[in-house]
Design a binder for this molecule. Structure first.
Ligand code: TYM
Length: 332
């Protein structure tokens, strides 16, 4: 059976981008057709300036939202990265296979390091090695597929390179995984700056729709989205990024196709109104379920406990094999 692994980082409130680019596909498709693991990657959240209590809170919230979005613990494994030691264990071995140059070429590293420096902060070493930990997440489970938004494609490509290199040097140990992306909304853009990804770091911004935004807030944000100077509604990502983003969001939420939808609208106002309503309707069941789950924190905790146990059992043999293959003496 195909094995699928993906992760989400608790660094801010989860967004419509996370949902359309990843979570929805995990719930609707991946957990039904594959042996699937979904991980709240809390160790990755420590790679930038962080508040310990906030990371803990956001980790719990991310787990609750994954379940609210439809992940079913009877069908898949939902767990927290730091609950399973194999991730950190394997990450170190992969650091001995990856190169400094490879790490410095990662687009997300360059962007995030520049942001930290602009804020006057220093860049944590773990930010540089971030993609190695991500590779360990994936390779520890022998995942065949990694369903992610477009922004993670380079990291999955690096994971493939590391798997191939390790296998060539030390003997076949890892499955070489591949990234899969949704056909629409693989990169949802910020509503106020459609040339930038809708990211979760500056989570209070008007350009970001959070999964827990009230319907009125969603409507306001969508209606105030920056559009382009033209007047006709056409789907063109290059020259009309604002309108293209709305058409993609509408298509992803209503099941249509962005090009076709472009021909349906005669004004930006109508497009925005329909997009806002489509987003509100997509978020409604997730928010309702989230509310129910918040009333039962013991349930979420239990899911994470069972998930970690399953994940440990699934990852340990591969990570042990990697320790042996690379030349470390077994503990006996
Ligand atoms: P993260 O937490 O930034 O995002 C989680 C998932 O959401 C997708 N995504 C988006 N998709 C479309 N449009 C957007 N604006 C948007 N923003 C986020 C991401 O592509 C991702 O699929 N490094 C990863 C976490 C990670 C991981 C892993 C993923 C750690 N280990 C192993 C897969 C496998 C990250 O920061 O995702």
């Amino acid at each position: 059976m195909t094995r699928v692994f993906s992760g989400i980082k608790p660094t801010g409130h989860l967004t419509l981008g996370n949902y359309l680019g990843a979570m929805r596909q995990w719930a609707a498709v991946d957990q039904h057709r594959a042996e699937a693991l979904f991980c709240i990657v809390d160790l990755h959240a420590l790679t930038v300036d962080h508040d310990p209590a906030r990371v803990r809170r956001l980790s719990r919230q991310a787990a609750t939202l994954l379940l609210a979005a439809g992940l079913d613990p009877r069908l898949c494994t939902v767990f927290v990265q730091s609950h399973v030691d194999e991730h950190a264990r394997l990450s170190y071995l992969l650091e001995c296979v990856a190169t400094d140059g490879e790490m410095r070429r990662m687009i997300q590293y360059k962007e995030k390091a520049a942001r930290e420096q602009r804020r006057g902060g220093s860049v944590r070493l773990s930010l540089l090695t971030y993609p190695v930990l991500m590779a360990a997440d994936i390779l520890a489970y022998g995942a065949d597929e990694v369903p992610v938004g477009d922004d993670q494609a380079q990291h999955v490509e690096l994971t493939r390179d590391l798997a191939v290199r390790f296998n060539q040097r030390y003997g076949h140990t890892f499955v070489v995984p591949r990234a899969t992306h949704p056909t629409v909304a693989a990169r949802v853009m910020n509503l106020q700056d459609p040339t930038a990804k809708m990211g979760k770091s500056d989570d209070t911004g008007p350009g970001i729709v959070s999964l827990l935004d009230e319907p009125e807030t969603v409507r306001k944000k969508v209606v105030r989205a920056v559009t382009d100077s033209g007047r006709d509604v056409v789907y063109d990502r290059e020259s009309r990024p604002g309108v293209a983003n709305l058409l993609e969001i509408l298509a992803a939420c209503s099941g249509g196709n962005p090009e076709t939808l472009g021909g349906v609208y005669e004004s930006y106002g109508a497009l925005k109104r329909d997009t806002a309503e489509a987003v509100v309707e997509v978020l409604r069941p997730v928010q309702e379920r989230h509310k129910e789950l918040c009333a039962d924190p013991g349930y979420v905790e239990g899911v994470l406990r069972d998930g970690a146990e399953r994940a440990r059992a699934m990852s340990r043999p591969t990570v042990d094999a990697a320790y042996r293959a690379i030349g470390l003496l077994p503990a006996g």
